[in-house]
Design a protein around this ligand. Structure first.
Ligand SMILES: Cc1ncc(COP(=O)(O)O)c(C=O)c1O
Length: 356
C-alpha cells in the first residue's frame, strides 16, 4: 500500500477519487462527462451550491461571511487581497513567518505600505512571533496560519488584533476548529486539505469590501464574485466538484472537530516518536510546531539518504523536505490515515534501532 505524505497536491480520500472518476465518464447518469457539461446547467449549479453550503456548515459561518471558489491558486490571493483591501496611502500589517508570508508581503507592497509587525526570519522561521502589536490604523493584519515549508503553525490566533484579520490557510484549512467568523478574509488553495489543484476557497466578510480608493479589474473584485455566486466566468468545474466531494467526505467524518481529533493523534504520534530518536533534529519551537507539516533533519546526510531509500522501498511517498530546508517533511493532511502514520513511525523506529 502506498502512503502519501506529499505536501501538496496531496492525498485525498479514496471515495473522492472513485466518485470523481465516475463523474468524468458519466456525470449523474446524464450520459455526459463532468468535463463537457456547461457550468450554467442545473447539474453543475447544484455542485457549486452544495460546495458553498458545505463550507458554511463546516466552518459555522454567519451571514456576513461569503464563500467563493476562485481561480488562480493562493498565489493570486497574495495580490487580490491587497488590491481589494489596501489603499495606496495606507498601511497593512503583515507577519513574516516563512516563504509563503514573504511572498504575500512582496505582493502587498505593490498596492500600499506594509508594516511587518512580527517576524521570525532571524531564527530561520523556526517559531511564530508572539505578542504582536498592530497599529489601530492598519487596513488589516495578515497571517499565514500554517507555514507549509517551515513547519510552523499559529496555535494562539490574534483574534484581538483590533483590525480586520486576513489569513492564508492554504495548508491547514478545515483541519482544526477555529472561530472562522473572527476572520474577515480567509483564503486557501484547495490542493492540500480540500481537493485538487485549480481552485481557491475564499471566505470573506462582505462588510470589509468596497473601501479602497482604486479601480479594481472586474475579475479581481471580490464583490463581483459574490454577486455572481462564483460564476462570474467559467469556474474550474472539475476542481470545484472534487472540492465538493472532499467537503462531503469531511462532513461524513463528523466535521472539523472530528477530523481535528484524528489530526491531533497523528501529530502526537509522529512528534513523540521523532523526539525519542537521538539523531533526529526537530528545528521548530515545540509550541509552534505544525500539525500538518512535520519537518526534521538527521545528524548527517548519509543517514538521511539511507532513510529516504528505505521510505522509497516501503512505498512512503513525498517525505523529502523542501529544497530550501532539506531533511524531511511529513504532511499529515486530513485525508492521511492514522494507519499511514503508524506505518511511518514503525519504519522510523526500526531504522533508529539499526542505526542507533
Ligand atoms: C501556505 C501556502 N500559501 C500559498 C501557497 C501557494 O499556493 P498556490 O500554489 O495554490 O498558488 C502554498 C502552496 O503550497 C502554501 O503552502
Amino acid at each position: 500500500m502506498m502512503h502519501n505524505f506529499n505536501a501538496g497536491p496531496s492525498v485525498l480520500p479514496i471515495e473522492v477519487f472513485q466518485k470523481a472518476s465516475e463523474a468524468v465518464l458519466n456525470f449523474h447518469n446524464s450520459g455526459l462527462s463532468i468535463l463537457e457539461i456547461g457550468h450554467r446547467t442545473s447539474l453543475f449549479e447544484e455542485v457549486m451550491y452544495e460546495a458553498r453550503n458545505l463550507v458554511k456548515e463546516l466552518m459555522l459561518l454567519d451571514d456576513d461571511h461569503e464563500v467563493l471558489f476562485l481561480h488562480g491558486g493562493a498565489t493570486t490571493q497574495f495580490m487580490q487581497v491587497p488590491m481589494n483591501l489596501l489603499s495606496e496611502n495606507e498601511v497593512a500589517a503583515y507577519t513574516e513567518t516563512g516563504t509563503w508570508a514573504e511572498k504575500a508581503i512582496k505582493e502587498a507592497k505593490l498596492f500600499g505600505h506594509v508594516e511587518i509587525v512580527g517576524s521570525s526570519k532571524e531564527t530561520n522561521y523556526t517559531s511564530i512571533p508572539k505578542n504582536i502589536s498592530v497599529p489601530a490604523t492598519a487596513s488589516y493584519l495578515h497571517i499565514t496560519t500554517n507555514e507549509t515549508i517551515a513547519g510552523t503553525q499559529w496555535h494562539q490566533l490574534p483574534y484581538d488584533c483590533g483590525v480586520p484579520l486576513v489569513a492564508d490557510m492554504s495548508s491547514d484549512i478545515l483541519s482544526r476548529t477555529l472561530n472562522f467568523n473572527q476572520f474577515d478574509l480567509i483564503y486557501a488553495g484547495a490542493q492540500k486539505n480540500m481537493g485538487a489543484a485549480g481552485v481557491n476557497l475564499v471566505v470573506v466578510n462582505k462588510n470589509i469590501l468596497g473601501k479602497v480608493n482604486r479601480k479594481i479589474p472586474t475579475i479581481l473584485d471580490y464583490r463581483n464574485h459574490i454577486k455572481e455566486e462564483s460564476m462570474l466566468n467559467t469556474p474550474p468545474v472539475f476542481a470545484v466538484y472534487v472540492a465538493m466531494l472532499t467537503l462531503r467526505w469531511l462532513k461524513g467524518q463528523g466535521g472539523v472537530a472530528a477530523i481535528e481529533e484524528i489530526n491531533n493523534k497523528k501529530a502526537e504520534l509522529l512528534y513523540s516518536t521523532l523526539e525519542k530518536i537521538p539523531f533526529i533534529n526537530l528545528p521548530v519551537a515545540k509550541e509552534d510546531r505544525s500539525k500538518m507539516n512535520v519537518v526534521f533533519t538527521m545528524k548527517n546526510e548519509k543517514l538521511e539518504k539511507e532513510f529516504l531509500q528505505l521510505c522509497n522501498d516501503h512505498q512512503m511517498y513525498g517525505v523529502k523536505g523542501h529544497r530550501s530546508v532539506g531533511g524531511f517533511r511529513i504532511s499529515l493532511y486530513n485525508a492521511l490515515s492514522l494507519n499511514s502514520v503508524w506505518a511511518f513511525t514503525d519504519l522510523m523506529k526500526h531504522f533508529a534501532k539499526t542505526h542507533g
